[in-house]
Write a protein that binds this ligand. Structure first.
Ligand SMILES: *Cc1c(COP(=O)(O)O)cnc(C)c1O
Length: 471
């Protein structure tokens, strides 16, 4: 399996997995994508059904990471996907709310959000790939990536983390979870700005080749292809858990922000998983929903990004959307690059009436949005009807899923976080405190460690320079 850039780089010299592992961004600013998706035959799909989570992960990841020795990959996967880390040997258990409506629980990892599934693996993959070299991980978080990445990299040899977060825009729990970590290799940078501004700073610094080389920068943001590959696994797991035969088709509802989670569903579908629909659920930041409804993609500027009760989705410029559009452009980097030129020049592009629109319609994607009131109503409704507590992100997915049910097609709603992370919203909906795992008792009253910086790439560059111990 070799990789090319969405904007054309590496066309003449596709890269192996190990070359894109630490980052995923190509020199032309595009994103690494497989030269072609691995297609599973019916027999190959059938052979995956009985596998345990680690076995399934190993079988799927081996298709994308074929330059890691299979035995090593097996070890890394077994080390990552344990009952101790994820609470059950299913890793991503499926529960049924009512016949045909399921929750796929992705948030039973160490930081109670679905990001743990990919980032826990990344920590082990990075350590394996570095073989003693150093790596400075520069990342941006809207709330959950940060703590997940920091927990995954805690104590890893030769790895330091610089995590940018939008100051005052995360839940109290999310903030405490990150800032209470006190480890020499973890640096929390609280940026006076939005998540999109944090993400832009990371892009500027990672795009500065000299700076990047000097400080051995790597990325764990959702542009990292290995994260997408790791997420493909639970689409298969969820499909097998919700069906009895490979003739059945299912739909997935995915609370979306940076488009990384649902992109993994798209990849699973391209690999041959029988997926009828991928439901993209957004909150009030509905750039993606607008695109699927109208054909027009118009990312918003930071000032237009709403702070909502589903903060991990407060994103108006979804990085991974480019990978999806590359496929919709017929995997033609020139067509993709032309769309992105329109975007830079006029702030939007419109595919209505083009062959790209035809491919989008055939890709199984549909969309919807929720408001704060919708999420509150859904949290109440799910509690009353099924006695199940869901967080506001999962509630967003459930709300949007309702409009896209099709008879005979099971709807698998992805649970992306635990309610404990968003206690204020749960209190508003139900006047109760969500239960929280023992290890997080008293979290918010622990001492917090962060450095406040302006939304300015130079300020962040200076911080990295001053703290890169070996550089
Ligand atoms: C990150 C996150 C999302 C959005 O996922 P993307 O891959 O960015 O689309 C949704 N819900 C929760 C709880 C998250 O942490």
């Amino acid at each position: 399996m070799k990789y090319v850039s969405t904007r054309g780089a590496w066309r003449g010299a596709p890269q192996p997995f190990s070359a894109i592992l630490l980052e995923g961004l190509a020199p032309d600013g595009g994103l690494a994508v497989p030269l072609a998706y691995p297609r599973l035959t019916r027999d190959e799909l059938a052979a995956l059904r009985p596998l345990s989570y680690p076995e399934l992960a190993s079988a799927i990841l081996a298709r994308f990471a074929d330059d890691i020795a299979h035995a090593d990959l097996d070890d890394l996967v077994r080390l990552t996907y344990t009952r101790a880390r994820f609470g059950s040997s299913d890793i991503t258990p499926l529960t049924t709310l009512e016949p045909g409506v399921h929750l796929l629980h992705l948030s039973n990892g160490p930081t109670l959000a679905f990001k743990d599934i990919a980032l826990s693996l990344l920590g082990n993959l990075f350590e394996h790939a570095l073989r003693g070299e150093r790596l400075n991980i520069l990342g941006a978080t809207s709330g959950d990536t940060g703590s997940s990445a920091e927990y995954a990299m805690l104590g890893k040899q030769g790895i330091a983390v610089y995590m940018l977060s939008p100051r005052g825009r995360m839940s109290a729990f999310q903030q405490a979870q990150m800032y209470s970590l006190d480890a020499p290799n973890i640096h929390n940078l609280a940026i006076e700005g939005t998540f999109d501004e944090c993400q832009d700073i990371v892009k500027v610094l990672a795009g500065d080749a000299a700076f990047k080389r000097r400080h051995a920068l790597g990325a764990v943001n959702s542009i990292n292809w290995a994260r997408i590959a790791a997420q493909v696994v639970y689409y298969f797991k969820g499909y097998f858990a919700a069906t009895r035969s490979d003739d059945e088709r299912v739909a997935f509802a995915v609370p979306s922000g940076n488009f990384g989670n649902v992109l993994a569903g798209h990849v699973a579908r391209e690999m041959g998983l029988p997926v009828q629909r991928l439901v993209v659920a957004t909150n009030e930041n509905d750039v993606l929903h607008e695109f699927f409804a109208s054909g027009r993609y118009r990312p918003r500027v930071a000032a237009e990004t709403h702070a909502t009760s589903s903060p991990s989705m407060d994103i108006s410029k979804a990085s991974n959307f480019e990978r999806y559009m590359f496929d919709m452009a017929g995997r033609d980097a020139d067509v993709l690059a032309a769309l992105w030129r329109d975007l830079r020049a006029g702030g939007s592009f419109d595919i209505a009436g083009t062959s790209v629109a035809t491919r989008v319609r055939a890709s199984g994607f549909v969309s919807g949005r929720s408001t704060h009131a919708d999420r509150i109503a859904t949290i109440r409704d799910v509690k009353r009807r099924y006695d199940v507590l869901v967080d506001p992100h999962t509630a967003d997915g459930l709300h949007v899923a309702r409009a896209h049910r099709e008879p005979g097609v099971p709807m698998i709603c992805l649970e992306t976080a635990q309610p404990a992370k968003f206690a204020a919203t749960i209190r508003e909906a139900l006047a109760i405190d969500p239960p929280r795992p023992n290890v997080f008792e008293g979290l918010e009253s622990r001492p917090q460690h962060c450095t406040v910086l302006p939304a300015d790439a130079d300020a962040v560059a200076t911080f990295v320079r001053d703290h890169d111990v070996s550089g």
